[in-house]
Design a protein around this ligand. Structure first.
Ligand code: UD1
Length: 317
């Protein structure tokens, strides 16, 4: 299938681009490089040996999006282009609503006009808020309405980490990382002094926060399955994309140190506001319906995260 990847130069987009090419699809990227680099596209081409066309546009730009659709016979759209920093979204919520809603509406309009009906959307486990019970299942009220002519798959990502095993593409956050794994890898690289562990008094096995970490290549492969599913079914489906296993912050730190034979100095800090004790998926629906299941384990994730960071000390710069 010829597939438009908005935000295809980003962390999850670039890995998905590689897996789509491996599965015989033809991706086209639209990216304004707001939080990504053109170098990521060079690396995708290097890994796959295939040229990937790029439109350097903002997907909120209706005219540019329409022109791109006119020039390509897309059969599906995977929409990764969005703003996603939780802290910043609390400071400037309207800019987040505007960007994330406008881009989605502009894309859906272009899809309607050009007769494209398959849509895969990057969602997040954050939509579950503070859960009453874990593991989390998809069947909670979501406010999502079905559209009879469209095939929509919403993938609720848990915590993607790791990188392509080549070490050529990976996560490259701007500034000081907010998320755990890039913070750890930058401490390991000597760019940051020590990790702050946000709270050790949660009701978890060691007191630190528990999350469902998933290898980004497994996550990328879930998009390939979602695309196949969308092409064969009408309506809207939601899938949790996680491993089903929760690991604590200290589990991650200890595994990272063991697998990579490195020391990660850390100090216990107060809880970070907005954090919850535990969040992990029940991923059975994705296995049953998409035939997708995470294959990589925490050792793979920790090894591949460090392989990327150690080969690219300053990311793509
Ligand atoms: C966050 C976002 C989520 C996003 C995800 C991307 C929130 C509420 N959610 O999830 O929307 O999809 O990132 O991967 O922010 N931790 C430390 N020290 C650090 C950084 C993190 O101890 O320097 C701890 C946190 O307290 C948490 C765990 O590590 O227990 C994971 O944190 P993080 O990687 O930021 O992900 P989430 O907060 O789960």
């Amino acid at each position: 299938m010829k597939v438009l990847l908005t935000g295809g130069a980003g962390y999850i987009g670039s890995h998905t681009c590689v897996e789509l090419i491996n599965a015989g699809h033809t991706p086209v990227i639209a990216d304004n490089y707001d939080n990504s680099c053109p170098e990521a596209v060079n690396r995708i081409e290097e890994i796959t040996g295939k040229k990937v066309p790029v439109y350097e546009i903002d997907v909120c730009d209706r005219k540019a999006v329409d022109k791109m659709f006119s020039e390509n016979d897309f059969e599906a759209v995977i929409h990764f282009a969005g703003l996603k920093a939780v802290g910043e979204s609390c400071e400037i919520p309207l800019r987040y609503y505007q960007n994330n809603l406008d881009s989605t509406i502009v894309l859906l309009e272009a899809m309607q006009k050009h007769g494209v009906s398959n849509f895969v959307f990057s969602s997040s486990a954050t939509v579950y808020g503070v859960p009453e019970t874990v593991p989390l299942v998809e069947g909670m009220p979501t406010g999502c309405t079905n559209h009879k002519d469209l095939s929509v798959v919403l993938l609720r990502y848990f915590n993607p980490i790791g990188a392509h095993e080549s070490g050529r593409i990976g996560e490259d956050p701007n500034g000081i990382p907010n998320n755990l794994m890039p913070y750890i890898t930058q401490v390991a690289a000597g760019k940051l002094e020590q990790l702050g562990v946000f709270g050790n008094d949660y009701p978890t096995h060691d007191g630190t926060g528990v999350r469902d970490y998933i290898h980004v290549v497994d996550l990328a492969k879930a998009h390939v399955k979602a695309l196949d599913y969308a092409a064969q079914h009408k309506g809207t489906e939601i899938f949790n994309i996680g491993t089903g296993t929760g690991y604590s912050v200290l589990d991650i730190v200890n595994t990272f140190m063991r697998v990579n034979d490195l020391e990660i100095p850390y100090v216990i800090k107060p809880r970070r506001s907005g954090d919850i004790a535990e969040c992990y998926a029940n991923p059975e629906k994705a296995e049953k319906i998409l035939g997708w299941k995470a294959e990589k384990n925490l050792d793979d994730m920790c090894r591949d995260s460090w392989n990327w960071q150690s080969q690219n000390k300053n990311g793509y710069k």
